[in-house]
Design a protein around this ligand. Sequence first.
Ligand SMILES: Nc1ncnc2c1ncn2[C@@H]1O[C@H](COP(=O)(O)OP(=O)(O)OP(=O)(O)O)[C@@H](O)[C@H]1O
Ligand SMILES: [Mg+2]
Length: 234
Amino acid sequence: MKSTPHEPLILAERLTRIYPLGESSVVGLQDVSLRIHDGAFILLKGASGSGKSTLLSLLAGLDRPTSGRILVDGRDLGSAGADEMTRYRRETVGIVFQSFNLMPTLNVMENICLPGLLAGRPASAVKARARELLEWLQMVHRQRHIPAQLSGGEMQRVAIARALINDPRIIFADEPTGNLDSRNGRLVVEMLREMNQTLRRTLVLATHSPMADSLATAIITLRDGTVVDTAWKS
Ligand SMILES: Nc1ncnc2c1ncn2[C@@H]1O[C@H](COP(=O)(O)OP(=O)(O)OP(=O)(O)O)[C@@H](O)[C@H]1O
Ligand SMILES: [Mg+2]
Protein backbone atom coordinates (compact mmCIF):
# COMPACT_ATOMS: atom_id res chain seq x y z
CA MET A 1 0.00 0.00 0.00
CA LYS A 2 1.22 3.51 -0.76
CA SER A 3 0.30 6.54 1.28
CA THR A 4 -1.45 9.35 -0.61
CA PRO A 5 0.17 12.79 -0.59
CA HIS A 6 -2.23 13.79 2.21
CA GLU A 7 -1.57 10.84 4.45
CA PRO A 8 1.54 10.89 6.57
CA LEU A 9 4.12 8.17 5.96
CA ILE A 10 4.39 7.71 9.72
CA LEU A 11 1.41 8.25 11.97
CA ALA A 12 1.89 7.82 15.71
CA GLU A 13 -1.13 8.09 17.97
CA ARG A 14 -0.88 8.55 21.73
CA LEU A 15 2.31 6.51 22.04
CA THR A 16 3.18 5.59 25.61
CA ARG A 17 6.10 3.47 26.77
CA ILE A 18 6.35 2.63 30.46
CA TYR A 19 9.45 0.69 31.53
CA PRO A 20 8.69 -1.64 34.45
CA LEU A 21 11.38 -1.32 37.12
CA GLY A 22 10.89 -3.76 39.99
CA GLU A 23 7.91 -2.60 42.01
CA SER A 24 7.81 0.79 40.31
CA SER A 25 8.12 1.98 36.70
CA VAL A 26 9.76 4.66 34.58
CA VAL A 27 7.87 6.71 32.01
CA GLY A 28 9.85 6.72 28.77
CA LEU A 29 7.17 8.31 26.61
CA GLN A 30 3.68 9.55 27.38
CA ASP A 31 0.88 10.17 24.88
CA VAL A 32 3.01 11.25 21.95
CA SER A 33 1.22 11.78 18.65
CA LEU A 34 3.06 12.63 15.43
CA ARG A 35 2.53 12.86 11.70
CA ILE A 36 5.62 12.55 9.54
CA HIS A 37 5.28 13.01 5.81
CA ASP A 38 7.23 11.24 3.10
CA GLY A 39 10.49 13.06 2.40
CA ALA A 40 10.51 15.01 5.69
CA PHE A 41 13.63 15.72 7.71
CA ILE A 42 12.50 15.63 11.34
CA LEU A 43 14.81 16.67 14.13
CA LEU A 44 14.11 15.34 17.63
CA LYS A 45 15.42 17.50 20.41
CA GLY A 46 15.20 17.50 24.18
CA ALA A 47 17.33 17.07 27.28
CA SER A 48 18.85 13.75 28.24
CA GLY A 49 16.07 11.43 29.40
CA SER A 50 13.32 13.32 27.54
CA GLY A 51 12.38 10.26 25.46
CA LYS A 52 14.13 10.69 22.09
CA SER A 53 15.66 7.19 21.98
CA THR A 54 12.46 5.65 23.32
CA LEU A 55 10.47 7.27 20.51
CA LEU A 56 12.99 6.27 17.83
CA SER A 57 13.03 2.66 19.07
CA LEU A 58 9.26 2.46 18.84
CA LEU A 59 9.11 4.02 15.37
CA ALA A 60 11.96 1.81 14.13
CA GLY A 61 10.24 -1.34 15.37
CA LEU A 62 12.99 -2.16 17.88
CA ASP A 63 10.53 -1.93 20.76
CA ARG A 64 6.76 -2.03 21.23
CA PRO A 65 4.68 0.67 22.93
CA THR A 66 2.82 0.03 26.19
CA SER A 67 -0.13 1.69 24.50
CA GLY A 68 -0.83 3.71 21.39
CA ARG A 69 -0.55 3.02 17.69
CA ILE A 70 2.01 3.40 14.92
CA LEU A 71 1.03 3.26 11.27
CA VAL A 72 3.73 3.31 8.61
CA ASP A 73 2.48 3.72 5.07
CA GLY A 74 -0.95 2.70 6.36
CA ARG A 75 0.33 -0.49 8.03
CA ASP A 76 -0.28 -0.95 11.75
CA LEU A 77 2.96 -2.07 13.43
CA GLY A 78 0.93 -3.21 16.46
CA SER A 79 -0.66 -6.02 14.48
CA ALA A 80 2.60 -7.09 12.82
CA GLY A 81 3.99 -10.45 13.93
CA ALA A 82 7.67 -11.08 14.70
CA ASP A 83 8.56 -11.96 11.09
CA GLU A 84 6.83 -8.90 9.70
CA MET A 85 8.60 -6.69 12.26
CA THR A 86 11.96 -8.17 11.26
CA ARG A 87 11.17 -7.41 7.62
CA TYR A 88 10.08 -3.89 8.57
CA ARG A 89 13.37 -3.24 10.42
CA ARG A 90 15.40 -4.73 7.59
CA GLU A 91 13.67 -3.34 4.51
CA THR A 92 11.45 -0.36 5.31
CA VAL A 93 13.75 1.41 7.74
CA GLY A 94 17.46 1.97 8.21
CA ILE A 95 18.85 2.71 11.65
CA VAL A 96 22.02 4.59 12.60
CA PHE A 97 23.18 4.60 16.24
CA GLN A 98 25.61 6.71 18.23
CA SER A 99 27.83 3.68 18.87
CA PHE A 100 27.92 2.54 15.18
CA ASN A 101 27.10 -1.12 16.11
CA LEU A 102 29.25 -2.62 13.36
CA MET A 103 30.15 -6.32 13.46
CA PRO A 104 33.79 -6.27 14.67
CA THR A 105 34.93 -9.37 12.78
CA LEU A 106 33.44 -8.40 9.42
CA ASN A 107 35.19 -5.99 7.09
CA VAL A 108 33.60 -2.80 5.76
CA MET A 109 32.17 -4.42 2.63
CA GLU A 110 30.79 -7.38 4.59
CA ASN A 111 29.23 -5.12 7.23
CA ILE A 112 27.46 -3.07 4.58
CA CYS A 113 26.23 -6.12 2.66
CA LEU A 114 24.96 -8.08 5.67
CA PRO A 115 21.39 -6.67 5.89
CA GLY A 116 21.02 -7.12 2.12
CA LEU A 117 22.02 -10.76 2.28
CA LEU A 118 19.81 -11.33 5.34
CA ALA A 119 16.92 -9.89 3.32
CA GLY A 120 17.53 -12.64 0.78
CA ARG A 121 18.67 -10.40 -2.10
CA PRO A 122 21.14 -11.74 -4.69
CA ALA A 123 24.73 -11.22 -3.50
CA SER A 124 25.78 -9.60 -6.79
CA ALA A 125 23.08 -6.91 -6.57
CA VAL A 126 23.85 -6.25 -2.89
CA LYS A 127 27.58 -5.91 -3.61
CA ALA A 128 26.97 -3.58 -6.54
CA ARG A 129 24.83 -1.32 -4.35
CA ALA A 130 27.43 -1.46 -1.55
CA ARG A 131 30.12 -0.33 -4.02
CA GLU A 132 27.97 2.65 -5.06
CA LEU A 133 27.41 3.60 -1.43
CA LEU A 134 31.13 3.26 -0.66
CA GLU A 135 31.92 5.57 -3.55
CA TRP A 136 29.39 8.12 -2.34
CA LEU A 137 30.88 7.96 1.15
CA GLN A 138 34.45 8.06 -0.22
CA MET A 139 35.29 4.81 1.53
CA VAL A 140 36.09 2.49 -1.41
CA HIS A 141 39.77 2.23 -0.42
CA ARG A 142 38.79 1.01 3.07
CA GLN A 143 36.42 -1.78 2.03
CA ARG A 144 38.69 -4.62 3.20
CA HIS A 145 39.37 -3.08 6.61
CA ILE A 146 37.64 -4.18 9.82
CA PRO A 147 35.97 -1.58 12.09
CA ALA A 148 38.89 -1.53 14.57
CA GLN A 149 41.08 -0.14 11.77
CA LEU A 150 38.75 2.82 11.14
CA SER A 151 38.22 6.19 12.80
CA GLY A 152 34.87 7.01 14.43
CA GLY A 153 33.84 9.16 11.47
CA GLU A 154 34.68 6.37 9.04
CA MET A 155 32.80 3.80 11.14
CA GLN A 156 29.73 6.03 11.13
CA ARG A 157 29.91 6.38 7.34
CA VAL A 158 29.99 2.58 7.07
CA ALA A 159 26.97 2.43 9.40
CA ILE A 160 25.13 4.88 7.13
CA ALA A 161 25.92 2.75 4.09
CA ARG A 162 24.71 -0.34 5.95
CA ALA A 163 21.47 1.47 6.87
CA LEU A 164 20.92 2.30 3.18
CA ILE A 165 21.80 -1.07 1.62
CA ASN A 166 18.17 -2.19 1.29
CA ASP A 167 17.04 1.25 0.03
CA PRO A 168 14.76 1.89 3.01
CA ARG A 169 12.16 4.65 2.81
CA ILE A 170 12.95 5.90 6.31
CA ILE A 171 16.20 6.46 8.18
CA PHE A 172 16.22 6.77 11.96
CA ALA A 173 19.42 8.19 13.42
CA ASP A 174 19.95 8.35 17.20
CA GLU A 175 22.75 10.77 18.13
CA PRO A 176 24.84 9.67 15.12
CA THR A 177 27.34 12.46 15.80
CA GLY A 178 27.54 11.89 19.56
CA ASN A 179 30.87 10.05 19.44
CA LEU A 180 32.43 12.21 16.73
CA ASP A 181 34.48 15.40 16.68
CA SER A 182 32.79 18.43 15.14
CA ARG A 183 34.33 17.99 11.67
CA ASN A 184 33.26 14.33 11.37
CA GLY A 185 29.92 15.19 12.98
CA ARG A 186 29.29 17.79 10.29
CA LEU A 187 30.27 15.29 7.59
CA VAL A 188 27.79 12.72 8.91
CA VAL A 189 24.98 15.31 9.14
CA GLU A 190 25.80 16.43 5.60
CA MET A 191 25.57 12.83 4.34
CA LEU A 192 22.25 12.29 6.08
CA ARG A 193 20.97 15.51 4.58
CA GLU A 194 22.13 14.53 1.10
CA MET A 195 20.38 11.20 1.52
CA ASN A 196 17.20 13.07 2.47
CA GLN A 197 17.49 15.60 -0.38
CA THR A 198 18.94 13.54 -3.21
CA LEU A 199 17.59 10.09 -2.48
CA ARG A 200 14.31 11.53 -1.06
CA ARG A 201 14.48 9.33 2.06
CA THR A 202 12.50 10.39 5.11
CA LEU A 203 14.88 11.18 7.96
CA VAL A 204 14.21 11.28 11.71
CA LEU A 205 17.31 12.44 13.56
CA ALA A 206 17.69 12.74 17.34
CA THR A 207 20.56 14.94 18.41
CA HIS A 208 21.70 17.40 21.05
CA SER A 209 23.79 19.19 18.46
CA PRO A 210 22.47 22.40 16.84
CA MET A 211 24.27 21.38 13.63
CA ALA A 212 21.15 20.18 11.81
CA ASP A 213 18.77 22.91 13.02
CA SER A 214 18.83 24.85 9.77
CA LEU A 215 18.44 21.71 7.61
CA ALA A 216 15.34 20.09 9.15
CA THR A 217 11.78 20.49 7.87
CA ALA A 218 10.47 20.30 11.46
CA ILE A 219 11.95 20.32 14.93
CA ILE A 220 10.07 18.35 17.57
CA THR A 221 11.06 19.01 21.17
CA LEU A 222 10.43 16.45 23.89
CA ARG A 223 10.42 16.98 27.64
CA ASP A 224 9.75 14.27 30.23
CA GLY A 225 8.37 11.94 27.56
CA THR A 226 5.95 14.37 25.95
CA VAL A 227 6.11 16.69 22.93
CA VAL A 228 6.34 20.26 24.16
CA ASP A 229 6.98 22.01 20.86
CA THR A 230 6.81 21.36 17.11
CA ALA A 231 8.42 24.00 14.90
CA TRP A 232 7.78 23.70 11.16
CA LYS A 233 10.41 25.19 8.93
CA SER A 234 9.66 26.48 5.49
N1 LIG B 1 15.32 0.15 29.06
C1 LIG B 1 14.95 1.07 29.95
N2 LIG B 1 14.57 0.72 31.21
C2 LIG B 1 14.17 1.65 32.10
N3 LIG B 1 14.09 2.96 31.83
C3 LIG B 1 14.46 3.37 30.62
C4 LIG B 1 14.91 2.46 29.62
N4 LIG B 1 15.21 3.15 28.49
C5 LIG B 1 14.96 4.45 28.79
N5 LIG B 1 14.51 4.59 30.06
C6 LIG B 1 14.08 5.83 30.72
O1 LIG B 1 13.13 6.47 29.89
C7 LIG B 1 13.34 7.88 29.89
C8 LIG B 1 13.61 8.35 28.47
O2 LIG B 1 14.86 7.82 28.06
P1 LIG B 1 15.48 7.98 26.60
O3 LIG B 1 16.65 7.10 26.52
O4 LIG B 1 14.40 7.79 25.62
O5 LIG B 1 15.91 9.53 26.61
P2 LIG B 1 16.79 10.35 25.54
O6 LIG B 1 16.02 11.60 25.24
O7 LIG B 1 17.15 9.47 24.41
O8 LIG B 1 18.08 10.72 26.39
P3 LIG B 1 19.60 10.94 25.86
O9 LIG B 1 19.62 12.32 25.25
O10 LIG B 1 20.41 10.85 27.10
O11 LIG B 1 19.92 9.88 24.89
C9 LIG B 1 14.50 8.14 30.86
O12 LIG B 1 13.96 8.42 32.12
C10 LIG B 1 15.22 6.80 30.88
O13 LIG B 1 15.89 6.60 32.10
MG1 LIG C 1 18.95 8.79 23.66
